[in-house]
Write a protein that binds this ligand. Structure first.
Ligand code: CA
Length: 234
């Protein structure tokens, strides 16, 4: 199945680079320059993923996305030139699936497109995610609860019981910040054990993921840890 990708970008050299990078990945892309043209195509339907520039001659990508969300949940990636706009993408929950900051690597963008499209195939609808059996997460990590194991890019990780329980908890809620206490609960660690025990488990998990070139666990100082969504479809 060929994905149908729409690029709304008024800067021709940037558009050319994106089109080329996507073409190399066998991802043909339809390109328009104006928000109004993009919206018209999105209303027609049949678009699997939209890449929206933020600054457009006849409007901006944020407005376009807001309108789009009124009738469609097609995945959206924003192209934004300013770091402070990221706060709007993320903070206003505009329904974006990802963003890239200009200047960006077209290859990296293509990898993100692939990752989002693959995620979409795993999850036709976010509501259909089941808590049972092998729960595929939107990261490169998947919990296979039937066999009490975690797959990293399809390969089972060799984990201790505590590591398995911690990672399973994080995989179920990517990007959620878990306190050390919450992870201790998840791992069934006694209250008496030091919270720092979690740090040790996290350190060990990071080492095991690094073998697969995955660096997905984030430290939130004074808060705890979270798991990134996938950035790459490697
Ligand atoms: Ca622009």
């Amino acid at each position: 199945m060929t994905a149908r990708i729409l690029l709304v970008e008024d800067d021709q050299p940037i558009a050319d680079n994106v089109l080329l990078a996507l073409m190399r990945e066998n991802l043909p892309c339809h390109h328009v320059r104006l928000a109004s043209q993009g919206l018209a195509l999105l209303r027609e339907g049949g678009v699997d993923l939209a890449i929206l520039d933020v600054g457009l001659p006849d409007g901006n990508g944020f407005e376009l996305c807001r309108t789009l969300r009124g009738f469609s949940d097609v995945p959206v990636i924003f192209l934004t030139a300013r770091a402070d706009e990221i706060d709007r993408v993320v903070g206003l929950e505009m329904g974006a699936d990802d963003y890239v900051l200009k200047p960006f690597s077209p290859r990296e963008l293509a990898a993100r497109v692939k990752a989002i499209l693959r995620r979409g195939r795993l999850h036709p609808s976010p509501a259909s995610v089941s808590a049972s059996t092998s729960t595929a997460s939107p990261t490169t990590l998947e919990a296979d609860e039937d066999r009490a194991r975690i797959l990293c890019q399809g390969h089972p990780l060799d984990l201790s019981r505590s590591e398995y329980l911690i990672l399973k908890t994080m995989v179920a809620r990517p990007e959620k910040v878990f306190t050390r206490e919450a992870l201790m609960d998840a791992a069934g660690l006694a209250e008496a054990s030091l919270e720092r025990a979690i740090d040790t488990h996290i350190k060990s998990l990071r080492a095991k993921l690094a073998v697969h070139h995955v660096d997905a666990i984030r430290t939130h100082r004074g808060l705890g840890y979270s798991l990134d969504r996938a950035r790459d479809g490697a």
